[in-house]
Ligand binder design. Structure first.
Ligand code: GRF
Length: 202
């Protein structure tokens, strides 16, 4: 399957996906052929270039509306023949129209155990709630933000004295195994999305 990864920043998850899909003997069903960033000059773009993957910057600032931005995104993805889209630290909310075009074909990673702690400040919420377990979730993207069917989750402990930074670092380690695992399940069609809420497992 031809995969595009959408990023906005450092791209450590992108790196984990690149490493997994290019590993010798990995027999991956996924090939990353395009990386799109909504921000120029981010480290993720350098990672893609180093791996010989085509990159594109589509800045949201160049578009009048979310619809226009999403249309440009969709045009780039379809002209590259993309089958699966991975959101890896992509910090833009996508319109319902865009999400429905990629139904069952778009994955996101979120740094908490969903459905708890949705939103952009998950680690802060986790620490404030004093829970002792957190983790990450890879899910299909549905119109409700952080609300789609769950493909893979991994947990980590939350320690007394953790800060957002120390927790984020621990969670990222498991993100880097969870995301490749989830991509593989979707690319090999072992996990197929039926409705927004349900996956058929094969
Ligand atoms: C990750 O923590 C991911 O869960 C969140 O944004 C972060 C991206 O990190 N959505 P990176 O750019 O992959 O290093």
């Amino acid at each position: 399957k031809r995969v595009a990864v959408l990023i906005s920043g450092s791209g450590t998850n992108l790196q984990a996906l690149i490493d997994h899909t290019t590993e010798q003997n990995s027999n991956s069903s996924a090939e990353i052929v395009l990386v799109i960033s909504n921000k120029p000059n981010v480290q993720g773009l350098t990672r893609a270039e180093k791996a010989g993957i085509a990159t594109k910057v589509i800045s949201h600032k160049d578009y009048k509306s979310r619809d226009d931005f999403d249309e440009a995104l969709h045009a780039s993805l379809t002209s590259a023949g993309i089958d699966i889209v991975c959101l890896a630290g992509f910090m833009r909310i996508l319109t319902g129209g865009f999400v429905s075009k990629w139904h069952g074909k778009m994955l996101n990673i979120h740094p908490s155990l969903l459905p708890s702690f949705k939103g952009h400040n998950a680690h802060e919420q986790v620490i404030k709630a004093n829970v002792r377990i957190s983790g990450c979730t890879v899910h299909f993207v549905a119109e409700e933000v952080d609300g789609g069917a769950i493909i893979v989750q991994e947990s980590v402990p939350v320690y007394h004295g953790d800060t957002e930074e120390t927790l984020a670092e621990r969670v990222k380690k498991v993100e880097h195994t969870a995301f490749p695992k989830a991509l593989e399940l979707v690319a090999s069609e072992k996990a197929l999305l039926n409705s927004d809420a349900f996956i058929s497992w094969r």
